[in-house]
Ligand binder design. Structure first.
Ligand SMILES: *Cc1c(COP(=O)(O)O)cnc(C)c1O
Length: 230
């Protein structure tokens, strides 16, 4: 099932790239494997996937030793400050920096292990009350502060778009996130030159690619629906 699903997702990504004049290599597919067993992840690996997204620190730490070392793990879920120490050095990228205090904690823990943290700043671009992420107008200020941190590399912006029936409704949010990135890059802040846009999930990744996504995070579309233990 995973192999078949991936084939379809890959075709959709290729088409979206083609339609928007982009090179397929500019877009990384993150297979969101949260709640799914390593056996399904191995099936995805056999089909060429090397980048997995998880939203829980414990799940990453549990699965990581069971899979090869060349896998890129991306932390895409809300990160509590008291979990940063456990995740430091164990992921390729943290997509969910949603406060200055979290950025400070990441700086502290990565300095302690002598490594650089590649991070994205999470923006609540659609201003939903229920969502994590900085408001668009707060983003520049937080980035100016993180720019001074010696062990933090701000690589770009991330957003979780609203849940909608028609993915076209989210185009404006993806476009606005890209505008925000271009706008902040234009301020020529020392150490800040952002290239990554993490946006688009199963329902809307093609639209996100058309609007400039460099990472799409696809879970259900690859692994099927998730069942959470009660
Ligand atoms: C679960 C999750 C996804 C994947 O969602 P699907 O709709 O299953 O593709 C993407 N991004 C984040 C942050 C998630 O938590």
């Amino acid at each position: 099932m995973v192999t078949e699903h991936l084939k379809i997702v890959e075709q959709n990504i290729a088409r979206a790239c083609e339609q928007s004049g982009r090179n397929r290599k500019e877009v990384t597919l993150i297979a969101v494997s949260k709640t799914k067993p390593v056996e399904m992840m191995e099936e995805a690996m056999a089909a060429g996937i090397r980048t997995f997204g998880e939203n829980k620190v414990q799940e990453i730490l549990k699965k990581k030793p069971l899979l090869p070392d060349d896998i890129n793990w991306h932390m895409i879920g809300h990160l509590q400050r008291n979990k940063v120490r456990q995740i430091a050095g164990n992921v390729s990228m943290i997509h969910s920096v949603d406060s200055l205090r979290l950025a400070e904690q990441i700086q502290k823990e990565y300095e302690a292990i002598g490594k650089m943290a590649d991070v994205l700043i999470e923006v609540n671009i659609a201003r939903e009350e229920t969502k994590f992420g900085l408001m668009p107008e707060e983003t520049e200020t937080v980035i100016r502060e993180t720019a001074k941190m010696s062990h933090l590399n701000v690589r770009g912006l991330m957003t979780i778009a609203p849940y909608v029936d028609d993915p076209e409704e989210n185009r404006i949010h993806f476009r606005n996130l890209r505008k925000l990135l271009v706008d902040i890059n234009g301020k020529n802040i020392d150490n800040i030159s952002m290239t990554e846009l993490s946006m688009g999930m199963t329902g809307d990744y093609e639209i996100a690619i058309e609007e400039g996504a460099t990472f799409v995070r696809v879970g259900t579309g690859i692994f099927g629906s998730r069942q959470y233990a009660k």
